[in-house]
Ligand binder design. Structure first.
Ligand SMILES: [Zn+2]
Length: 580
């Protein structure tokens, strides 16, 4: 391969008589055998993938990519080797900052929507690599905590696309330094692959003797051990009939396994106290989740990370989080999150992840009150604030040309694969719905939600469940928050008029204005001599709403929004009422 590879780099692909459409093919099906050699930090792969032409033109060339620390060994179609050239392709989608790309010439042209099966083989090493972060200016000692993927004799953990391309992908180059380019490419890949089937058997051979390490891939997979004479083979099966938002990830370590259905709790030696904290938090978390989302039955797993400073990572129902600390609050919300997944599967990321993050906030409220819950939600606000401000600005620009502006801006929640939206914004949307319709109605709607039988194919499925439970028209809310991305609301007190009735009862007339393009029902707090009172009012996009409130004393101040509605500008929410 070497000479070809060098040639390719030297002349570039510009000499080839075609424009390479890297995202023309999707990988609709994977069936891989992965062999790990932890001593050498090696991975070997062979298997089959099915490529589907999702472009509008017939295609004869496909660009298959794996991590740059892996090398292509063979590619065959119908049992015959096919011609391919291998080249490095710079892209921050992999932790090494580059991919090994095989430019494959297929024996025949594949028509749009048609598929072709390839037999593939590749191998190489996966070591801790911070290149894509350090190249971008992140200090090495910071980068290594978040870039923790590696195969090693003591602790192996490797995340898939977006971290390490340990299975083939087909993407355009992603760049960390170019705004959102990396996330755009990674999100687009996830969306393209959401319906794909993935199967991989990950194995590790060793001489018998001591207790073998545990190998996991999905929350449902158990380490299976085959003994042949003196040698042992440890296997784990990774399987998704549809990816959804999952990122295939495997881990191998001397885990202790604490099991209580549906939870596999895998902790590392030395983290016993942290694991204890999790097991103590399990029953109360389980009870809480059952009350809102039904009985958790599907398997979930929480697996320890070797580096206590590593941020957690989630793929489907597998959460990787360090158990080094004994943090019962964190253990509680992590358990609640995974248990919601166990109880309520959904093909829609904003439902699946949004509900799990919303449940974390509700659990926090149960333990520490509404303010504690809103503080937790508040940590999500920054994640989508900037992109929503851009959406607002774009909408502002388009006001004059609304009739022509058919192209939707931003990320409508209903179909997004952008994590900041389907996790953070979605958590707020569920919280606002709960504030609007109350616990009982929302529980009833959630209780009727069924992911099976493709119920949630109709975009209005969730709206209908919520509306029929609440007996209230919420079409405007779903339009502004779920079906479209209209940015965020921006509330202010437009006017305040204190007055007295004939019977000397103190009244106040309050007019609130929403300067944003998304409407919401927002709480506002009136402070008066001797106390305060909170009311709620619906203020549609670019509109005002007026209400009258009876008060036991003279009003001194009004504050709109307690933080439960994500807003673009929080600096204009206070209004001091000067004495008459
Ligand atoms: Zn989740």
């Amino acid at each position: 391969m070497r000479p070809l590879c060098v040639l390719c780099v030297l002349c570039g692909l510009s000499s080839l008589p075609f424009a390479l459409e890297r995202e023309a093919f999707n990988i609709a099906k994977y069936d891989l055998q992965i062999t790990l050699e932890p001593g050498q930090q090696r991975l070997g792969a062979r298997g089959k993938i099915t490529l589907r032409n999702d472009s509008a033109q017939p295609q004869k060339i496909v660009a298959l990519q794996i991590s740059s620390s892996l090398n292509w060994r063979s590619i065959r179609v119908d049992g015959k080797p096919v011609q391919f050239v291998s080249q490095p392709y710079i892209s921050d989608i992999d932790h090494t900052g580059a991919l090994s790309e095989a430019i494959v010439t297929l024996p025949v042209e594949i028509r749009p929507k048609d598929s072709v099966e390839l037999e593939i083989g590749y191998e190489g090493v996966i070591t801790l690599d911070t290149t894509r972060l350090t190249r971008f200016g992140v200090p090495e000692d910071v980068a290594k905590h978040s870039s923790w993927d590696q195969i090693s004799p003591t602790f192996t953990a490797v995340r898939g696309a977006g971290y390490v391309a340990w299975y083939p992908i087909t993407t355009e180059s992603a760049d960390f330094s170019e705004g959102n380019s990396l996330f755009e490419v990674a999100d687009r890949w996830k969306k393209r692959e959401a319906g794909s089937e993935f199967k991989a058997r990950v194995s590790m051979d060793r001489e018998g003797g001591e207790i073998p390490p545990l190998l996991i891939c999905t929350s449902a997979s158990e380490s299976l051990i085959e003994q042949t004479g003196r040698s042992q083979r440890t296997n784990a099966e990774c399987f998704w009939d549809k990816f959804g938002t999952a990122t295939p990830t495997f881990a191998m370590a001397r885990y202790d396994n604490w099991f209580k259905s549906p939870l596999n709790l895998l902790s590392l030696p030395g983290h016993e106290a942290g694991a204890e904290t999790y097991s103590a938090a399990f029953e109360p978390a389980s009870k809480f989740v059952s009350g809102w989302f039904g009985q958790p039955t599907a398997p979930i797993a929480i697996a320890d990370l070797a580096d206590p400073h590593s941020p957690p990572f989630e793929s489907g129902t597998l959460l990787m989080a360090s158990m080094a600390a004994e943090d019962s609050k964190l253990a509680g919300i992590n358990l609640v999150h995974e248990l919601v997944h166990s109880a309520l599967p959904s093909p829609r990321p904003w439902v699946y992840e949004g509900l799990a993050h919303f449940a974390e906030a509700m659990y926090r409220q149960q333990q520490g009150g509404r303010e504690a819950a809103l503080d937790l939600l508040g940590l999500h606000r920054a994640a989508f604030l900037d992109s929503e401000k851009e959406v607002s600005a774009a909408l502002q620009k388009n006001v004059g040309q609304k009739s022509t502006g058919q192209k939707s801006v931003g990320q409508p929640l209903i179909g997004t694969f952008d994590e900041t939206y389907y996790r953070s914004k979605a958590a707020y949307v569920w919280w606002m719905l709960r504030d609007m319709i109350g616990d009982d109605a929302l529980k009833q709607a959630i209780g009727k939600y069924r992911a099976a039988d493709d119920n949630d194919k109709d975009p209005k499925y969730v709206e209908q469940l919520v509306e029929s439970a609440a007996k209230r028209d919420l079409g405007w809310f779903f339009d502004d928050w779920v079906y479209q991305d209209r940015g965020l609301p921006d509330f202010r007190v437009q006017s305040v008029h204190p007055w007295k009735t004939e019977k000397e009862v103190q009244m106040i007339t309050v007019t609130l204005e929403n300067l944003g393009n998304a409407g919401a029902e927002v709480p506002f707090k009136i402070t008066f001599e001797g106390g305060e009172i909170t009311k709620r009012i619906e203020v549609r996009a670019k509109a005002t709403a007026t209400t009258r409130v009876e008060l036991p004393g003279t009003a001194t101040q009004i504050v709109v929004n307690d933080g439960s509605v994500p807003e673009s500008d929080l600096t204009n929410n206070e209004f001091k009422i000067s004495p008459p």
